[in-house]
Ligand binder design. Structure first.
Ligand SMILES: *Cc1c(COP(=O)(O)O)cnc(C)c1O
Length: 401
């Protein structure tokens, strides 16, 4: 049997939930990837906002290799040093007093939603309603996909979990109508990621905070994409006046190693008791050791400041491209996280621009059919940024030509 593999093997051997591009990457360094043919690509997607320190960062390699010869896994019948260190650091750096570790963003939200339901039902058996927003994304488990506000992901699989109410994002009158005594939780992305890089207005977040407090519901911020330095703040809530009761994160905090975290206050977290929830791999020493190193690196003020500087420069360039080629009607950005709205002339052609970019050696993302999304590593160099933008310019020219 040959050990050589190619793209056709995906269609032959993998459940067809994805439709990957043709190239197969074999190596990465900083913000550059190489495919099987040795072609190089500037990585403007960072594995969907995951590889916050780029590829093969020495700090992460050191943490992984040091932990790999000490201890990989012990189960949650025991605790371990990397998990305890990371938990302590997360609590010291944020509003949180307790954390729960798991392996992905969806699992972090699953934990948050179960905790909010448990707390609600403990207070009053009718207190089960979860308020969420159209266009939001919270993961692909059945509970999180039902809470997410994109029916195309949650329909067609039979009955969804009950008690979930969706209203429009940033609609203050709508949340005033639906949040009440039966509400156990409101879950919101401070900046909607998958749904288009759209920020919550400060007034909207303020109203969510006031209403959840008034009705004894928990406010959950889904910072799986917006957290861990993405916006230039350690967590996006730090850009606002509002502090949530629960914050979920994943993606960038592992720098590429799978890990999810739910952070909360003791008052909320203590509604969970031994046995209420769990995970075989959650708090895995390898994952926590890598995440600890990533977190130490990201929370440095100089790193966070550099994210903002690089973002301002890249945004100016993206706006210039948008005008020169008529491809973008607006460029929104929050740190190194950009949403370029396609102009009417290129309506819903973000996918075409991504294909044109990939063919020219720059990897980008979509946030819906009409938004080109760029999420670089936080450590991207000026040279890599410029090279990626040049390749994107060629893609824009090809699309406009
Ligand atoms: C990616 C994402 C998730 C899901 O995370 P997974 O690790 O894919 O389960 C949930 N919420 C938001 C805001 C995300 O961006």
């Amino acid at each position: 049997m040959s050990t050589a593999v190619q793209r056709a093997d995906f269609d032959r051997y993998m459940v067809p939930v994805f439709n990957p591009l043709e190239m197969i990457f074999v190596r990465g360094e900083a913000s550059r990837l190489w495919d099987q043919q040795g072609r190089d690509y500037i990585d403007f997607g960072a594995g969907v906002a995951v590889t916050a320190l780029g590829h093969s960062h020495p700090v992460l390699l050191k943490a992984l290799s040091e932990q790999s010869v000490k201890l990989w896994h012990v189960s949650n019948y025991y605790t371990n040093e990397p998990a305890l260190r990371l938990a302590k650091k997360l609590c010291e750096a944020t509003f949180a007093e307790q954390v729960f570790f798991c392996n992905s963003g969806a699992e972090a939200n699953e934990a948050a939603l179960k905790l909010a339901r448990k707390r609600g039902v403990d207070i009053n058996p009718d207190k089960i309603e979860i308020v969420a927003f159209n266009g939001s994304f919270h993961g692909r488990t059945f509970f999180t996909v039902s809470v997410g506000g994109q029916p195309k992901y949650s329909s067609g699989m039979g009955p969804n979990p009950a008690g979930i109410i969706h209203v429009d994002f940033n609609d203050i009158e709508a949340v005033k109508r639906v949040i009440g005594a039966k509400t156990c939780a409101v879950i919101v992305e401070p900046v909607i990621g998958e749904g288009g890089i759209i920020p919550a207005s400060p007034e909207f977040l303020q109203v969510l905070r006031e209403l959840t407090t008034a009705h004894d519901a928990v406010l959950i911020f889904d910072e799986i994409q917006s957290g861990n330095g993405r916006t230039g703040a350690l967590y996006a809530y730090m850009n606002t006046e509002v502090v949530p009761d629960i914050l979920t994160t994943a993606k960038g905090i592992g720098g590429g190693f799978p890990i999810g975290v739910m952070l909360t206050t003791a008052a909320v977290g203590n509604y969970f008791k031994p046995g209420s929830h769990g995970s075989t791999f959650g708090g895995n020493p390898l994952a926590c050791a890598v995440a600890e190193a990533a977190f130490d690196f990201i929370r440095e003020p100089a790193l966070l400041a550099s994210v903002k500087d690089k973002a301002d420069r890249a945004a100016a360039k993206l706006r210039e491209l948008g005008q020169r080629y008529g491809c973008f009607s607006e460029v929104r950005y929050f740190g190194l996280w950009f949403g370029c709205e396609m102009s009417p002339a290129f309506a819903n052609r973000a996918g075409d621009l991504i294909s044109a970019g990939a063919a020219r050696g720059v990897l980008m993302l979509q946030a819906g059919p009409n938004v080109l999304r760029i999420a670089t590593s936080l450590t991207i160099s000026e040279a890599e940024l410029d090279e990626g933008l040049q390749r994107l310019e060629q893609a824009c020219a090809a699309l406009a030509g």
